[in-house]
Design a protein around this ligand. Sequence first.
Ligand code: PMP
Length: 401
Amino acid sequence: MPEISDRLKKVSVSASVAMTQKARDLAAQGIDVVVLSTGEPDFPTPQHAIDAAYQAALNGDTRYPPTDGTPELRRAIRDKFKRDNQLDYDVSQILTAGGAKQIIFNAMMATINPGDEVVIPGPSWISYADIVRFAGGIPVPVNCQQAHEFIPQPEDIEAAITDKTKWVLLNFPGNPTGSVATKEELQAIGKVLLKYPDLWIMTDDIYEHLIYDGREFFTLAQAEPRLYDRTLTVNGVSKAYSMTGWRLGFCGGPKPLITAMSNVNTQNSGGVCTLTQAAAVAVLNGPQDLLRERAEIYCQRRDYVLERLNAIPGLHCHTPGGAFYLYINISEFIGRTCASGKKITSDADFVMALIEEQFVVTVQGAAYGMSPYFRISYATSTERLKTGCDRIEAFCQGFLS
Ligand code: PMP
C-alpha cells in the first residue's frame, strides 16, 4: 500500500468527535443515549441568517467568492470588532475561513517552521496541539491549576517561553474549563508577553458571548493595546449564533500575518461558501439581543448541572464563568470499582464505564491534557440534562468500593 504522510501520523482523532460517534452508534442500536460530549449550541440558527442565505442563492450569488471574504462580510466583521471589542481593524486586516478552526490552521501553516514551539495553556481544546503538530511545530503545554480557576499564571507562561517559541495561544472563555480571564488577568499575562517581541499571540474568542454572572468580556489586544501589532484575534459565528454547520470563522490581526494566512487560504479552500457569508453578514449586522437571551438560558443550565453534580459525593467542579462546559474532578473515584466490577484507573476508564452502565456520553480530561477530570457540555435541553444528572448520580453511587 502507498503510505500516508508522516505529518498526518502525528495527528490524533479528536476524542470528543470519537465520543460523539460512539453516542451515534449506540443510538443507532435503539439505546436512549444522553449525549453530553458535543461542543455545539442546541439552539436553531436565527431565521434572518437562513433568509439571507436563501436570498443570496435566489440572487445567483453562487460563484467563487473572494477568498478573504466578501467586502460586505469583512466590513461587518470590522464593525463587530469595533462594537464588541473596541478594536480598530482595517478591512485589509480581516480574514475569513471555514470556521475558527481553519483560521487557526491557516495561522499555524503560515508561520510555523519545523521545531517551532507553541505555548498552550491547558487543559485546552483538543485541536490546538494537533494543528500545531500538523504544521510541523511542537505544542508546549502550560498546566493551569483548578485553584487558579484554570487561568494561566503569567510566571508559568514565561517559564514555558524559549527562543524557539513562535506563538502563545489564549482561549477565554475556555474549552474545556469555561474559565474567563478578567481584564487585570489579561494585563498581567500581557506584561510578560511584552517582554518577548518575537512571538505572536493568538486569542481564541469563539465563546465571547457565552459569559455569565455579569462578567465582562475582554480580549487581549483590547486589555493590552501594546500587543495589538502581534495579536491575532480569532472569532466566528459557530457558538454565538448557533451556526456550527455553516463553517465561518474570522480574525483580525497585523497585516503581514493576515496576508500570509490569506495565501494559505487561497490554496486550502478558495474561500467560504457564498451563502454562509451572506448569512454571517445578516447575523453580525442584525439584532444582537439573542446573544444575551441565549446566554441567560445557558447560565440557568450551568447552575442546575453544577448544583446537581457538586452534590454527588466525590465529584468536584469549579464554577465556570463562560462557554457551555463543566470540567469535573474525579480523583476520588480513581482506584475504585464501579457497579459493573470494572476498576477505574483513569478518567478514560471512568468515561467509558459511564457510557456502558448509564449511556451517558462525556469526554475524558486526558483528551484536554489534564487528568483525572471529565468534561460535559450543557448545551442541551434542561430535560436531557436532568436525565444525564440522574444517571451520573446513579453511576457514582453504584461504585462498589
Ligand atoms: N475554538 C474552540 C476553543 C472551540 O471549542 C471550537 C469548537 N469546538 C473552535 C475553536 C472551532 O470553532 P469553529 O466551529 O468556528 O471552527
